[in-house]
Design a binder for this molecule. Structure first.
Ligand SMILES: Cc1ncc(COP(=O)(O)O)c(C=O)c1O
Length: 408
């Protein structure tokens, strides 16, 4: 749920912060940052430990095909997500595809449009047809009633996405999936080490798929993890990620190469070692933004349910004034703050899906027009956040003038 922040307004304590509109780089001033500030940069952890793991893999001469680092990585993920089985893969996108193949999906997949395009592309690439449905604008997660309304005879699965790491309504989606006899798959790319009503994510639906991309709270460079309580499914996924091999040279099914290499597992394990630290830093960053943007009209930070465990890997602002979100992106990029407009305009309006008279999804489109994702993670300092907040504050407080100045 997005809530307004109240509380004292902090004056910018930073020299780099622009003080008047003319100081903004887009209006001829000097950019606030020399080096770009990204929404997500790799959270590495203890480099000595990383080097030791890589050295170990080199010594063993075992760099791929389920080495000891992969086994350790899978065990660690299982503990973190409270699922019985974890299958490490080369990305979340490929993980979603493996699940689709392992479940023999055909025809249509009902899924939210408000997600990273990779969720949709994963299925389309296999010849499946995504049927996009709307979200609840309060949570940014898929609306179960819209899912049920979109189910047809051709539906072969429902896909839920835990957007920003907030659980989608898994109970409702599971009930719909059961009623219609189709599997539920969960894209948990954002949701590592989070809870829903006290339960760790990872064992919902038939399978959940986490991303360990370099920009995620814990990263493996590239990587993904499929988690499930279904041992038979895990077994099939393991074979399919390795060309369908069941033994040394026996092939029993179709498959692909979706294996995570040992070096990625080394990165993944090292970042998991420091996960608590990363989450604490993300929370500190979130609170700093909340403080810095407090009281700013029409600007709300997305907040998460109190009492739940959260990874705070995204700082998401919603900007109410039409056109102002895009102006803020222009202004921030000018200052070398690479804020993002996730997932605008919504998958249903993006190529190739929007080509032939796309459906209209009012909540998705409205949220996609409002969302501004801000830099966080270990590479962002409190000082950086003060500067970014000062830029946003200046732009929002003078938005009428700013929009005039930026008009083509
Ligand atoms: C919601 C969502 N799903 C899937 C993906 C794809 O993950 P990967 O890059 O590991 O393939 C991402 C990546 O950011 C994502 O945000």
């Amino acid at each position: 749920m997005a809530t307004a922040h109240t509380g004292p307004v902090v004056p910018p304590s930073n020299d780099r912060a622009p003080r008047q509109l003319e100081d903004l780089a887009v209006l001829g001033g000097r950019p606030a940052f020399v080096q770009p500030r990204h929404v997500g940069r790799p959270n590495i952890g203890d480099r000595a430990q990383l080097h030791a793991r890589i050295e170990g893999a080199l010594e063993r001469g075992w760099l791929a095909n389920d080495g000891p680092l992969i086994a350790e990585f899978e065990d660690r993920v299982c503990d973190l997500v409270a699922a019985e089985h974890c299958v490490a893969v080369s990305s979340a996108t490929v993980g979603l595809q493996l699940v689709a193949r392992a479940l023999d999906l055909t025809g249509e997949i009902v899924m939210p449009s408000f997600t990273f395009i990779g969720t949709a592309h994963a299925f389309t690439w296999l010849g499946l047809t995504p049927v996009f449905v709307d979200i609840d604008p309060a949570t940014h997660n898929v609306d179960p009633a819209a899912v049920e309304a979109a189910i047809t005879k051709s539906t072969s699965a429902i896909v839920g996405v835990h957007v920003w790491g907030r659980w989608c309504d898994v109970d409702a989606l599971e009930a719909i999936a059961d009623r219609h006899g189709v599997p539920l798959i969960l894209d948990a790319a954002h949701a590592l080490a989070t809870t829903d009503r006290g339960r760790l994510v990872g064992a919902g639906g038939r399978a959940e798929v986490f991303s360990f991309h370099a920009t995620k709270v814990a990263g493996a460079g590239e990587g993904g993890a499929i988690t499930t309580d279904d041992g038979e499914l895990a077994h099939r996924l393991r074979r399919m990620k390795n060309f369908g091999f069941a033994g040394y040279d026996r092939v029993v099914s179709g498959g692909t190469n979706a294996k995570m290499p040992e070096f990625s597992a080394a990165l993944g394990l090292t970042s998991l070692d420091a996960l608590d630290e990363f989450v604490a830093l993300n929370l500190r960053n979130h609170d700093r933004y909340a403080h810095g943007l407090a009281g700013l009209p029409g600007v709300r930070l997305v907040e998460f349910e109190p009492g739940e465990r959260h990874n705070w890997q995204y700082v998401v602002a919603e900007i109410d004034e039409p056109g102002l979100r895009d102006a803020l992106v222009t202004v921030l990029h000018g200052e070398r703050v690479l804020a993002r407009r996730y997932f605008a305009p919504g998958c249903h309006l993006m190529e190739p899906y929007g080509r032939e008279g796309a459906v209209r999804l009012p909540a998705t489109e409205a949220v996609a027009d409002r969302v501004l994702v801000l830099p966080t993670g270990t590479s962002i300092s409190e000082d950086d956040i003060d500067t970014i907040c000062a830029i946003i504050r200046l732009a929002v407080e003078h938005h009428e003038h700013l929009l005039d100045r930026l008009a083509p």
